[in-house]
Structures are given as structure tokens and as C-alpha cells.
Design a protein around this ligand. Sequence first.
Ligand SMILES: Cc1cc2nc3c(=O)[nH]c(=O)nc-3n(C[C@H](O)[C@H](O)[C@H](O)COP(=O)(O)OP(=O)(O)OC[C@H]3O[C@@H](n4cnc5c(N)ncnc54)[C@H](O)[C@@H]3O)c2cc1C
Length: 476
Amino acid sequence: MSNSQEEKRNEPFRIAIIGGGIGGLFCALAIHHHHHHHHHSTTATLSSQTDGEGSGSNSSNGGDEANKGKRDIQIDVYEQAPEYREIGAAVGVGINAARLLHRLGLGAGLIKVAGRRQGTWFTFRRFEDSGEVVSIPDADTEPGDVRQGGAAKLHTEKACAGVSVLDDGSEGKGKVEVRFRDGTSAIADLVVGCDGVHSVVRDRFVTDANNKSVESGMIAYRGIVPTSALEKDWPFEHWSNIWVAKHRHFLSYPIADNTQLNIVAFVTKRLGGGRVINDAENEQNKYKNIRESWSSLCDRAEVVADFDGFDEPVQRIIGLIDERPGRWKINDHEPLSRWHFAEGRVVLVGDAAHAMLPHMGAGAGQSIEDGWILGRALAEYLENNPPNSSSNRRKFESLESTMQFYQDVRLPRAQKVQAGSRVGGNLYELQTEEMSKLSYEDALPVMTESLRERMKFVWSEDVDDSYNRMRDEQAV
Ligand SMILES: Cc1cc2nc3c(=O)[nH]c(=O)nc-3n(C[C@H](O)[C@H](O)[C@H](O)COP(=O)(O)OP(=O)(O)OC[C@H]3O[C@@H](n4cnc5c(N)ncnc54)[C@H](O)[C@@H]3O)c2cc1C
């Protein structure tokens, strides 16, 4: 062993996670979990600090028997926000992703924040009289909140401004430098970009024409309403309903143990090809000026106007939402052909890798699956005794091949969900190409037909099975 390799063994492998959203936090916990794979009594937690420097007192391998001989790791999460707060945007995750949360000991917290859906994912209803169109059974969907407290050190107010690979001339050769907007920097062996749809990490490394955000032409209003204000005379057996009209759909589902109803109301303002919908031409500037940001607000009157003609329960809900509800442009991102760069020292996770439209309710679940698989693959790379057969060993022999393996497992599925989410939005608004010529009456059965099957693949996948299958595949 050369001197530099000897050195490498003694210092921890440093992982810098950029972005402390669902993807970043879950990824930190999953890397920790898989690294300490044999040591089940360890409960993964995150400790928070705001001091900034990633000075490594938190290396994550304290005397663990199972990890003897395994290289230490140190995980730092850098989040731009000054603190964690509710942004009124609970997300649902499918049963398979929920199972992964449970395996990291996050189940109790999950149950506390979950809404009970009584077996129904959503009932789709006619907009004007709430008549049931179709009910899609639930595979036990639960919203997730992975904010838990020392698998990793959490640094807030650390906005990443740039990432560069240290070249041959410099001391940290082979490492990556992360620079922050406050002028500080950190050095890591692996940088994981979990910085969401507007990812700085992605934009630094993906420079081809495909690296662009795509407008769906839809906007969404968002609000939260207490169910206690609706309970009296609520005409339905449950709280998960989607009212569908052409070019509009109004979605509600319960959160916080059914005490709150989460509302997302979608309106198409412009169809593919640029055709203007639901607005006079001269109002289109309004659409242009709407921001993509989750924190942008509007007047409730806009929601009232856009959902004119919807049935009474919808009107009651709209009457209860905040005077200044959230309003966003709903955009996704073109699929990327590559998720890892700089010989595997930089990798993307979550929305940074595959920002998708919200119409399958699957973005958070896909981020969780990414983190789980990345954690497993990285543990195999850092493991002293890699798989037996030489061709399998090759999969984890370098950081680059390991990150390629992560990508091989995850990319096809995530992009399938990404594509499916695009179709989903147009399906719920009865505006797919096929439906565009059909009346409301004739379009509804087309929607129903394709709805029944389309969520199954999102919920039914066992990500460990896929991982194992690909891991054990012989190289061709
Ligand atoms: C209206 C709407 C409804 C949705 N509903 C659902 C749903 O029901 N189910 C579901 O599964 N998904 C849903 N999603 C999608 C889901 O919210 C995302 O897919 C998920 O949050 C992605 O997680 P992430 O960690 O990759 O990104 P994010 O959650 O976006 O987190 C990125 C984090 O990185 C931080 N960050 C950004 N830039 C930097 C920087 N330069 N430096 C440091 N930190 C940075 C951000 O502050 C943020 O904390 C919905 C999305 C929308 C818009």
C-alpha cells in the first residue's frame, strides 16, 4: 500500500450532501444505516448545528464491531434555509417508500403526521355535482416527514454556490470542494446534490441542451383547511377526493391524523403548443409572471374565479382557505442521461436528478428510493469484503462504477415515473391528445380506464429486489 492510500484509510470518507430536503435528509440517514448495516441497535438521527464549518467531530463509526476494518464515514448536510419550518406542503409517499422510512426507525413519526385514507387513494368526482367517476384503492399511502434528529451533521444557512473538483496541482487532489455563498467552503470525497429542482450542483455538471426546466402550462393553488370546519354535512365517506373538469382539477387529501385537509388545485393556463386555456389572451401575462417558487402567494379571489362551476363541497373548501393561498407554476425538468460526474465524486439525488410533475404524488417517494439505493451501493464500495464474484466486485471497485450502478438501478424507474407524471396531469384534466377531441362525458371513461393501472408500478416496486437482481447479474 502506498503512503497516500495509507493516509486515506485513516481519515474518514467525507460525504457532503447539498440540500436538506426530503431527499438530502433521507439520503444521510440511509448512507449511515447501510454503512452500519449489521448493527441494528443504532438509531439514525441527525444533529443540527449552525456554526458552519464542516469540522469533522462527527465521524460516524464509533467503535462499531460490525464495521471493524471498514473505512469511517463523515456525513455533512448543507441546507440553504436558516431553519426548518413548515411550508404547508405535506407530501404523500407510496407504501414501498413508507416501508423504507420504517426501516430507518422513522415509522413512529410517520404515523403521527399521516392522514387516514380508509383504503382509498383518491375518488375522482365530476366537478359540477361530485358524482363518483372512479375510486382508486390505496396501497396504504402515508405522508412522510423525515426530519429527525447524529447520523449526520446538519448545517443550516449554507447555500452552495459552486462545486469544483480539485485537480492534480492542489493538495486535496481527487477531492471536491464545495463553496458556499457566505464565503466558506468544505472539502469532501463525495458530493451528493440533493438541492432540488433548481439544483446548483446539477447545473454545474450538466451543460447540455437537455438541462432545462419545462413548463407544463399548469399552475397550482395550495392551501390547508381544518377538517373540523367541514365535518358537519360533509357528503363523502373520506377526505381524499379529486374533482375533475376539462383543464382543471381540484385535489384534497387528509394530513395530520385527519385534522387538516391539504388542498392542491390545478388549472391549465396554456396547452402544449401554446394554446391559451381558462383565461383571456390578454391575461396571459399573469401566467408568465407567476413564479415557480413554493413561497409565492396570490389572492383567494383567483381560486374562486378559476373554480367557478365546481360543486358545493369545493366551494366550501375554497371559502375556508387562507386569504393569501400559495400559487405556483408547475414545471418539471427534461430527463437527464447522467446522474454522476467527475469520476463518481459528484452524484445527483431526488428532484435534482429527476424533477417531475406532482401528478403521481411520487417525487418524494422517488427521492427516498434514490437515497436508499445510493446508501446501499456506497456501503458496498466502502466495505472491506466486496461481493465474491469478480464481475460483481467490479461494480463497486471504484467510486465511479459504484455511482454508475446506483444510476443503473434508479434512473430507468425514476424516469418512468417522471414521464408518467406528465401524462397524469393531462389525463386528470382530460386534455391528452386523444381526449382533446372528446366531450367531458366521453373523456371521463378514457381517464378511468387508464387510471386503474397506472399507479401500481409506483407503489409495488421492491427497490431492494431490483438492487439485488442487478447486483447479481453477471457482467456481459
Ligand atoms: C405542488 C406539489 C405537490 C407535491 N406533492 C407531492 C406528493 O404528494 N407526494 C410526493 O411524493 N411528492 C410530491 N411533490 C414533490 C416533492 O415535494 C419533491 O419531489 C420532493 O420534495 C423532492 O425532494 P428533494 O429533497 O429532492 O428536493 P426538495 O424537497 O426541493 O429539497 C431541496 C432542498 O435543497 C435546498 N437547497 C436548494 N438549493 C440549495 C443550495 N444551493 N444550497 C443548499 N441547499 C439548497 C432547499 O432549500 C431544499 O431544502 C409535490 C411537489 C409539488 C410542487
